[in-house]
Design a protein around this ligand. Structure first.
Ligand code: UGA
Length: 445
């Protein structure tokens, strides 16, 4: 099938590449000429395992093209995806200006009946707005061309995006029209072979499904962070509690890891946007508000532990101290630092007068872009380079390579021999037996 995709960000690029990989003819459009030129040369603007060779192979096989020419892409596509960004507005609701601009562009250049697919995470009711925007432009042109707007939310996880796209656990298709459903089923047939993963529903339910999924996952995390904070107060270990509840299939093992708070481009934005949607419709989202508030507080928790340690005795807090920070990205296997907990921690350490020696396997370049050059930030080439000359170690992102460090080396190198473990990677007894002081999340230490 012939597919056009607007937006070569995370969602658009991964979706387009996977659709090309199963044999569809895909044209990806972006307004950013430099990005399009780069992609045509095989330069991938994001770090995502497995994506680069796939882009190159499908591009070389002429199944995947990148262009800034919207008219050409629209002429090409039987199905046109909208996968542009929906950044949060000042009040937290999703800003639809890019989505609606694409809708108008589609209206301007459409020549034959087309199915338009909302792939971006958009508030309930957006499909109707997209439909209205296209209809308005068609009316201005004096044309009557049939089109439909379908909601097909994406459930990709950064770091696993290619696998999630190639082997989806569900394919949600929100459509009012049976022909559109049939077309979408044909498009996704290569991903839907062994058992039927397509869940058909109405458009608004599909739009809400996306938010419900992310809000549920965010709720699990905030819930566990709350339990962790209670555990800390009562002298229990949340990691033992986690083991004790995860085996109940109604609770499950996933997304019950307490830590330094959730970040990324989705959870914080989507929880807020869903809360705003609820309020706009006269419902006060008490639970969602609490999920957000707990997460916000949790992002400051590591610094509280650090302060608590250093405020003992005559010490002057963190002033003049140097902290090794392992991990800057909002989670492992990505260079994405949007809403990352590390950003809050670094800001608090700097405000307290500390210096940071940071190491991240992938996000250094992004961190340089965000923070620029500053005297109180040193980017290091390895995890052990970061602890060199540091007083203490703070682990913020659970990259695999941080899982079993040489504790003796940590003790010998860190001046204060103390580890703040923001992801509960280590066994407190093992680390304490090695002669290090240990602080985790919700572990009574
Ligand atoms: C999330 C969802 O997991 C995807 O299903 C969804 O498609 C995507 O958002 C989206 O809407 O595009 P992503 O933001 O890539 O994916 O990252 P996650 O793996 O979900 O992690 C989010 C944050 O939660 C990270 O900061 C992670 O460290 C944190 N987290 C996750 C915890 O603190 N505890 C956990 O138990 C799990």
């Amino acid at each position: 099938m012939r597919v056009a995709i607007f937006g070569t960000g995370y969602v658009g690029l991964v979706t387009g590449t996977c659709l090309a990989d199963v044999g569809h003819q895909v044209v990806c459009v972006d307004i950013d000429q430099a990005k399009v030129d780069g992609l045509n040369r095989g330069v991938i603007p994001i770090y995502e395992p497995g994506l680069e060779p796939m882009v190159k192979a499908n591009h070389a096989a002429s199944r995947l093209a990148f262009t800034t020419d919207a008219a050409e892409a629209i002429a090409h596509g039987q199905v046109i995806f909208i996968a542009v960004g929906t950044p949060p507005d000042e009040d937290g609701s999703a800003d639809l200006q890019y989505v609606l601009a694409v809708a108008r562009t589609i209206g301007r250049h459409m020549r034959v009946p087309t199915v338009v697919v909302n792939k971006s995470t958009v508030p309930v009711g957006t499909a109707d707005k997209v439909r209205a925007a296209i209809a308005e432009v068609l009316a201005e042109r004096g044309e009557e061309i049939a089109f439909d707007v379908v909601s097909n939310p994406e459930f990709l996880k950064e770091g696993d995006a290619v696998a999630d796209c190639m082997r989806p656990d569900r394919i949600v298709i929100g459509a009012a029209n049976a022909e559109s459903v049939a077309l979408m089923r044909r498009l996704y047939a290569p991903f839907n072979r062994n058992h039927d993963r397509v869940v058909e529903m109405d458009v608004r339910s599909a739009e809400l499904t996306k938010y419900a999924a992310n809000a549920m996952l965010a709720t699990k995390i905030s819930f566990m962070n709350e339990i962790a904070n209670i555990a800390e107060k009562v002298g229990a270990d949340v990691e033992q509690v986690r083991q004790g509840i995860g085996s109940d299939p109604r609770i499950g093992w996933h997304f019950i890891y307490p830590g330094a708070g959730y970040g990324g481009s989705c959870f914080p934005k989507d929880v807020q946007a869903l809360a705003r949607t609820a309020q706009q419709h006269g419902h006060e989202p008490k639970l969602l508000n609490a999920v957000e508030a707990v997460n916000d507080a949790q992002k400051g928790h590591l610094f509280q532990l650090i302060q608590r340690h250093y405020d003992r005795g005559e010490d002057e807090g963190v002033r003049g101290r140097t902290f090794a920070v392992w991990g800057l990205s909002f989670k492992p296997n990505t260079d994405d630092m949007r809403e990352a907990s590390s950003r809050r921690l670094l800001a608090q350490l700097w405000e307290g007068g500390a210096t940071v020696r940071a190491y991240d396997p992938e996000a250094t370049e992004e961190a340089r872009r965000i923070f620029g050059e500053r005297d109180d930030l040193v980017f290091c080439d390895s995890a052990y380079d970061a602890i060199d000359g540091a007083d203490a170690l703070v682990v913020v992102t659970e990259w695999k390579q941080f899982r079993s460090p040489d504790f003796n080396r940590l003790r010998e190198t860190l001046k204060d021999a103390v580890v703040f473990d923001g992801r509960n990677l280590y066994d407190p007894q093992e680390i304490e037996a090695a002669g290090l002081a240990y602080y985790g999340i919700g572990r009574g230490r």
